[in-house]
Design a protein. Structure first.
Length: 314
């Protein structure tokens, strides 16, 4: 672990963290990046990405992340493949602890992302990117003229279904209850869409298909009846979990655990900035996360400059 006080530590290595690292190098902050043991974020589980600007042809999610990582490395970011296990944001400089030691930093950017909740089926994971998806905006295009199912009854599920209906031939929303949680406007939009139908009181018990999704096994929770639905895609939209466990009690989180920001990208702790899905449950795109990484870095750079100037005076 490096000695001395770091100017900037970045926690996370998805598009937000790595963009902050790239900008951080160019701002001469020599950022130390804790990438996590499973680095790269959600794009590591995606196949083709067609909506990240700058690529004429589709790019594989992991390839895109490897390019961002190499770019950050080439510019001089110090990338460490370790999980942060503890932070102390109540002291200055801040303390960041990993399995192998502790560093201190003048400023921190938290870009730990969020994970889509999974149903928890083995084949759901196996067929991820091969018909199973958590992002209609990213993947709907690949389901033109195909039959898809969406799991969930909240705002996200309705938005996913409405979006998918522009491409798919049919969209079946599978919900574990007979009442939607989604807001009235999104609900009405889905209910009045001729391509969308609802499968109530039903849970998915298996995802079928060898190389790609061919159907799902479902169980009616009222009757216990089991059946198979033939679909080419399964969109799981049952919520997200922000990766903020390690920051609990150290900075303000909302009731769902997302980091709160008050001024630009600054968290409730001056000097700690947040970027990407760890605070954004609305847009959740690689390009919006990257943009937030850039913004957080610009805010952090100002903070570090002022902090160094204050230290020089005292
Ligand atoms: P959510 O509101 O938590 O809804 C999750 C849905 O998935 C619920 O219908 C839930 O069922 C179901 N579910 C949860 N776990 C499940 C499981 N293991 N198996 C099957 N179904 C399961 O999540 P969200 O829709 O992602 O929304 C998250 C937040 O973002 C909300 O505050 C939402 O209002 C906001 N949001 C807003 C917009 C917008 O305003 N345009 C768009 C997207 C999201 P139950 O209903 O039975 O609990």
């Amino acid at each position: 672990m490096p000695k001395g006080v770091e100017r900037l530590v970045i926690i996370g290595s998805g598009p937000a963290g790595l963009t902050a690292a790239i900008y951080g190098c160019r701002a001469d902050l020599s950022p130390l990046v804790f990438m996590g043991t499973q680095y790269g974020g959600q794009l590591m589980l995606t196949s083709e990405v067609e909506n990240f600007p700058g690529f004429r042809d589709p790019v594989m999610g992991p390839d895109l992340m490897m390019s961002m990582k190499s770019q950050a490395e080439r510019l001089g970011a110090r990338l460490v493949q370790e999980d942060v296990v503890k932070v102390n944001f109540r002291t200055r400089p801040f303390e960041i602890t990993t399995e192998s030691g502790q560093v201190s930093a003048r400023a921190v950017i938290v870009a730990t992302g969020a994970n889509p909740k999974r149903i928890g089926l083995e084949n759901e994971l196996r067929l991820m990117g091969k018909g199973v998806s958590n992002c209609a905006v990213c993947d709907a295009f690949f389901f033109r003229g195909k039959r898809v199912a969406v799991v969930g009854g909240g705002d996200t599920a309705m938005e996913e279904a409405n979006f998918l209906s522009k491409f798919a031939s049919s969209v079946q929303i599978i919900h574990r209850r007979a009442e939607l949680r989604a807001n009235a406007a999104l609900r009405r939009e889905a209910e009045s869409n001729p391509k969308i139908s609802f499968v109530w009181n039903t849970v998915v018990t298996d995802v079928l298909g060898a190389a790609k999704v061919e159907g799902v096994r479902v169980r009616n929770v009222e009757t216990g009846e089991q059946s198979t639905m033939g679909v080419d895609g399964l969109f799981v939209a049952i919520g997200h979990e922000p990766n903020t466990d390690v920051f609990r009690g150290q900075m303000e989180l909302d009731e769902k655990g997302y980091a709160k920001v008050r001024n630009g990208t600054e968290s409730s702790v001056p000097g700690v900035f947040v970027a990407g899905d760890v605070r954004d449950f609305r847009y959740r795109q690689a390009v919006t996360a990257a943009a937030e990484g850039c913004k957080a870095l610009i805010d952090a750079e100002k903070f570090v400059k002022a902090d160094l100037a204050a230290a020089a005076v005292s």
